[in-house]
Write a protein that binds this ligand. Structure first.
Ligand SMILES: [Fe+2]
Ligand SMILES: [Fe+2]
Length: 398
């Protein structure tokens, strides 16, 4: 089926350039080009679209405002910003409403790749078995409140690191938890962190806000005490996986944003287990029994009993919350990175390896010879076979 893509830019020359270079794609893409936010909204009323790709700086309605509107009225649409401005403030404003950012001038291949990735993720989220399970969940967890307030602060015109620190400081319980986590040995911060504002400066807003997100989400489950799953252990595993994922990304010389997103993805990668265990306790008991009997992976047992995995349901939840696509991919494909269409050693692979290293280091520190559950095909394709031990050794030193 053809994807309908809507391009929005106030500069007619840019639209013409896009139209010209993307013409060969007419067979698979049905494309529309409009010159303002208002024209884009009118177009959407006329015709349903799968993807919107918008400029950031436009008169009347900027890209952030347009995408916010689109998110509200057409939540299933893929939203991409294509901007020539590396304007931090404007990008912050659209941080929640855009799935992806591309910078101008953008290579044709990069644009095509971004659209294809976003569409394949969307198709996966629409998968029947996944929708069936989701329809059996009474209420999907909503984005927690403190996290939402931080996101609102980041979107405001006066967004600042100090402002985010202040918001966290007002919540005494959360401040204690964040500081405890940041100062814990496995987090590896070189000096003692005394305030949320300092944590924000040292680790970056994205990392701190995700720590808060994970603390809020996991503590909700902890209150309800899931009998099938030791929530504290899953949480500790997730935090450590996040830290390892960030370190691997840094060793592989990924940029700062990718490294931070790797951590976010790692922190949330097993969230789906809690969601499944809480909503389908009987089925999940069967899952755990099957794992014991067959000595198989949890995700394999879930697929057999429930038809979906915790990785997919976790990815779905994160896409509802509007987190960036590569974070969703990292969660969705953390057991099966080969199934992800992202090119290169991206978050799906990084979280995959980090998850396994965390587990093996806990069970047999320093003595494991191979990672059980490793997607060999993926690792070979990326040419990374020799690097796993290198990562392990470097992780231990630091
Ligand atoms: Fe997992
Ligand atoms: Fe895991």
């Amino acid at each position: 089926m053809k994807q309908h893509i809507l391009f929005v830019d106030d500069e007619p020359n840019i639209l013409k350039g896009l139209q010209r270079s993307l013409r060969p794609l007419r067979k698979c893409w049905d494309m529309s080009f409009v010159e303002s936010g208002r024209a884009a909204l009118e177009k959407l009323e006329e015709k349903a679209c799968d993807v919107i790709i918008s400029d950031m700086r436009m008169p009347e309605m900027d890209g952030a405002q347009l995408l916010q509107q689109v998110q509200k009225s057409y939540p299933m649409m893929v939203r991409i910003i294509l901007s020539g401005h590396s304007d931090q403030e404007l990008i912050m404003k659209s941080v929640k409403s855009a799935h992806q950012y591309l910078s101008k001038p953008c290579e044709k291949e990069t644009l095509i790749n971004a659209v294809n990735r976003a569409c394949s993720l969307k198709a996966l989220m629409n998968k029947k078995s996944l929708q069936l399970v989701i329809s059996g969940i009474d209420t999907m967890p909503i984005l927690p409140s403190l996290y939402s307030r931080i996101m609102a602060e980041l979107r405001s015109n006066s967004a600042s690191t100090a402002g985010v620190g202040d918001i966290i400081s007002q919540d005494v319980g959360m401040t204690a938890k964040v500081l405890q986590l940041v100062n814990s040995s496995f987090f590896g911060v070189p000096r003692h962190v005394a305030s949320p504002a300092e944590a924000v400066v040292l680790l970056g807003i994205d990392v701190v806000k995700t720590l808060i997100l994970s603390i809020e989400v996991f503590s909700e489950y902890r209150q309800r005490t899931l009998s099938l799953i030791p929530v504290s252990r899953v949480y500790e595993h997730c935090v450590k996986t996040g830290v390892i994922a960030k370190k691997i990304a840094e060793m592989e010389k990924k940029d700062k944003e990718t490294s931070e997103n790797a951590m976010i993805s790692g922190l949330l990668h097993d969230l789906g287990r809690l969601l499944l265990a809480e909503n389908f306790p009987e089925d999940y008991q069967e899952v755990m029994d099957l794992v014991k009997q067959e000595q198989c992976g949890i995700h394999e047992a879930e697929l057999e009993i429930l038809g979906v995995t915790h990785a997919e349901i976790g990815g779905y939840l994160l896409s509802l919350w509007g987190l960036p696509d590569n974070i969703i991919e990292g969660v969705t494909f953390h057991h099966t990175p080969s199934a992800c269409i992202a090119e290169g050693f991206d978050l799906c692979g990084i979280v995959h390896v980090a998850n396994l290293i965390e587990y093996h280091e806990r069970v047999q520190p320093g003595v494991w010879e191979n990672l059980v559950g490793l997607d060999q095909k993926y690792i070979e394709k990326q040419g990374l076979t020799g690097r796993i031990f290198l990562w392990r050794d470097n992780l231990r030193i630091s």
